[in-house]
Design a protein. Sequence first.
Length: 279
Amino acid sequence: MLKIGSHISSAKGFEAMGKTAVRLNATAFAFFTRNPRGGKAKAVDEEDVKRFQKIREQQRIEAVVAHAPYTMNACAARSDLREFAENIMRDDLQRMEYLPGNFYNFHPGSHVGQGIEEGVCLIAECLNRVLTGEQSTTVLLETMAGKGSEVGGRFEELRMILDRIERKDKMGICLDTCHVWDAGYDIAGHLDEVLEEFDRVIGLPFLRAVHLNDSMNPQGAHKDRHAVIGKGTIGLEAMVNIINHPLLRDLPFILETPNDEDGWAAEIALLRSYYREVI
């Protein structure tokens, strides 16, 4: 079964997200743990979560990939911004235990002139302070486009972070197709080779989710502008190859394309039509 869905608004709670997933025919989805620009999260309503879990079972929603706010920068130059990121992550991971066994995805951050080495160390130090042996959530570092001073535009940078993590069993990678394309990896013409490089540098067991996005940019542009599936420079054929690749096909795929609910439902239906079930 293709595990696929989109970002769904969390504004009306978990049950509402479940109902939206049903309308989209989604079997996975993502949501922001709080306003994408940061700020205080709403209190969790346990009864709302229970109603969602019933919908999840009926709809066969296989994975929930929570997304940290974009403003969270674990390797900021200012200590108050790093503390803000750490507090958000710690709070989010505690809240994720209401949905045990899922994923928490975040952008590693931007080193803002401190250099990759310092950025990597600061990110790892933050993670080592917030990860616990008791948590059931897997934290995902997202592959980035390499825009500006972003950390994570190369597989080697993500490996450098992982090497410094004490609880590697709580870590994984979310591969964003637009980001890696914009970072220079040719997933359209040489997907096998890119995955071989990922395995050599990071290790395929760390790959736990995919953000499935086309790109408005040429390969290697380092700009990060998502496009609707099949309407960008990566193309529909490459997307079909990705969802059917034996090393990727069982992962949850999350659409972050510039669309509305009708558009995401159409993309999900399109990709399902190209998915080859393995008996």
